[in-house]
Ligand binder design. Structure first.
Ligand code: M6R
Length: 615
């Protein structure tokens, strides 16, 4: 986690770094700091809190001069969030200053060795150990910064994206990457460094994404030199033209990114199937699948690995693949899978789902699956992300940047991609009749306009939110395809409003959770017409007779649930397998409005970060 930004060139570095950190706050926001070289010395300011707190601290009189600088927004791993543990960190001499995203696992051993050599430490961080190790190498081996960074990194175990400079050589920054992302923006004799391209989009659309185990010496007046950290081999940089727009990463008139992203879903889903779904011709084109058809068709099972919301999308996919394509599926938390000695064979297809493409546990699960010979297919949103690169093949979701920490459009676009794959395989396997296949394609094409329709309940949902905003607990119930949606609805509420919520298969309620129900318990029940409707009606009766408050998510025109429930929210009708794309919309809006009414920070909930690049 953590976001890093750096600049070297002819402009004032401070506003570039400060705004860059604001864009990267999705990666962590418990403390922030900036170090600038002002022509004489390093000006360093850091604080516990958000980037806005850092700005206030600077405005109290700290110099913002300089055209070389580095900045950091933190999600704490080693050491509590406080001013001292915030980055950047100085070396003991005060000559070097560093920012770091990642974890140095063997930092304690290195620290003890450095202490023996006379080094002292102010913070509890692994990062301060790394910058002093670099300094020790520089002094001991009499090397330049670049070489010292390389030697030091060969000593450390862990993950990192770092940027470090030496105030005695203020014309260069050295960067390196292993496990955490790092992009270098190339301007006109100026360079930008960032965890993703968003901090420098208005200055340049040309960038290099460092690969794992690569480092670069970025020097003014020179081309960027990239080397392999291990064997010193020079690497030809792959320079990319970025397609991302600035508007895509701004709020565009919405109060929060989360709301903007909820409302972007019709468009995002369309972008996801554009060029892939040719409904009138009955064709699905997906190069990542088409080029590896044999693997998919011969798969003895599909294993899905993911975390959080992406894991919920995987659960929906389990229903879709088994129901439509008749392929056995297992869905695993990546964090469990990687540590439990799973049975994986060359006949397995592993699908890794990740919005960010940087989730450490998912990445580790991919590596494990690959080492056992499985074919690994990635479903990612962030183009060029580590998972997108590490997988054998894949399909992007094309949802556009998702900045709100609570995942919304990532979920629906992941389901869209997975549905396309399942339908394609269903056709080839003949497991779906021709007419059903065509019907599904037509229905999928109509989903964006049906999501648009579902969004129209927003004002009604706000009123429901007002009624239940002070509840201490919520239950979410669903069956079949909508059981994972219940889990996802509960996760959304928990993470942004801090209200305890549980998702359950509706029928499981009577095996325990029913004991929780009383007149103070709001229960969101997904009760669409096609999903085990009669059974769900019985479950609703059971809740009603225990005085629970029922919020029913129903198919348009439903009267039965309306008669029983305290509130109903309608979604348009569609085939059961596509219903999660609609039923999830009111749940996203409900959690959003409750969190706003409770005054919570919707886009940056406490203790969380957008991409979880630590185990
Ligand atoms: O980037 P990923 O999809 O791999 O992230 C996985 C989870 O960390 C993520 O879905 C998380 O659970 C979200 N905060 C949920 O809204």
């Amino acid at each position: 986690m953590c976001g890093i930004v750096g600049y070297i060139g002819n402009r004032e570095a401070y506003p570039i770094i400060l705004n860059g950190l604001k864009r990267l706050e999705y990666r962590g926001y418990d403390s922030a700091g900036i170090a600038l070289y002002d022509g004489n010395d390093i000006q360093l300011c850091k604080t516990k809190g958000k980037v806005a707190d850092l700005e206030t601290k600077f405005s109290a009189g700290i110099s913002t001069n300089g055209s070389l600088g580095i900045g950091h927004t933190r999600w704490a791993t080693h050491g509590v969030p406080n001013d001292v543990n915030s980055h950047p960190h100085y070396s003991n001499s005060g000559n070097l200053v560093i920012i770091h995203n990642g974890i140095i696992e063997n930092y304690e051993t290195i620290k003890q060795e450095l202490i023996k050599r006379g080094y002292t430490f102010k913070s509890d961080t692994d990062t301060e150990v790394l910058v002093n190790l670099i300094e020790e190498v520089m002094n001991h081996e009499d090397t330049k910064l670049g070489k010292a960074v390389q030697i030091a990194l060969n000593e450390v175990v862990g993950a990192y994206a770092i940027a470090v400079f030496d105030k005695r050589k203020p014309n260069e920054i050295v960067v390196a990457k292993l496990g955490s992302p790092l992009a270098i923006g190339l301007g006109n004799d100026e360079f930008f460094i960032a965890s993703d391209a968003s901090p420098f989009l208005e200055y340049t659309k040309t960038a290099i994404y460092l690969k794992d185990e690569e480092m670069a010496v970025i020097r003014l007046g020179r081309d960027v030199k990239i080397r392999k950290i291990k064997d010193d081999q020079l690497v030809d940089p792959y320079i990319q033209r970025l397609k991302l727009n600035l508007e895509q990463i701004e709020k565009g008139g919405y109060d929060h990114f989360m709301l903007k992203e909820i409302y972007e879903q019709p468009h995002a889903i369309k972008d996801t199937y554009r060029g892939r779904l040719l409904a009138n011709k009955g064709i699905i084109k997906m190069s990542g699948v088409d080029d590896n058809l044999e693997k998919f068709m011969n798969a003895q099972r599909i294993l899905i690995v993911a975390c959080g919301t992406s894991w919920h999308a995987g659960l929906v996919a389990e229903y879709i693949f088994e129901d439509l394509a008749r392929i056995p599926v297992e869905v695993e938390y990546a964090s469990e899978f990687r540590y439990r000695n799973p049975i994986i064979t060359e006949k397995d297809v592993v699908i890794a789902i990740s919005q960010s493409g940087e989730t450490a546990d998912t990445l580790a699960a991919i590596k494990l699956a690959k080492s056992k010979g499985a074919f690994v297919f990635g479903v990612c949103n962030v183009v060029g992300s580590t998972i997108a690169r590490e997988t054998d093949a894949g399909a992007y979701t094309h949802a556009g940047p998702e900045i709100g920490v609570a995942s919304t459009k990532a979920f629906t676009t992941q389901i869209t991609v997975l549905t396309l794959i399942a339908l394609k395989l269903a056709k080839l396997k003949g497991s779906l009749s021709q007419s059903d296949y065509h019907y599904h394609l037509q229905e999928l094409e109509l989903i964006p306009q049906k999501v648009e329709q579902a969004l129209k309940s927003d004002v009604h949902i706000q009123m429901i939110a007002e009624t239940y905003m002070n509840a201490r607990n919520f239950l979410y119930l669903g069956r079949g395809y909508n059981f994972p949606v219940a889990l996802e609805g509960a996760l959304k509420l928990k993470e942004i409003s801090y209200i305890h919520a549980e998702g359950y298969p509706a029928a499981e309620m009577k095996h325990g959770p029913i004991a929780l129900i009383d007149e103070n318990m709001p229960i969101v029940v997904i009760a669409t017409k096609k999903g085990h409707y009669e059974k769900i009606l019985s479950n609703i009766q059971e809740i009603k007779s225990r005085s629970g408050k029922i919020i029913g998510i129903v198919t348009e025109g439903d009267e039965n649930v309306r008669d029983l429930a305290d509130h109903v929210i309608e979604v348009p009708e569609t085939v059961e397998s596509l219903s999660p794309l609609l039923t999830t919309i009111p749940l996203q809006l409900l959690s959003y409005h409750i969190a706003v009414m409770l005054g919570k920070n919707v886009d940056q909930p406490r203790n969380l970060a957008k991409s979880v690049t630590v185990e």
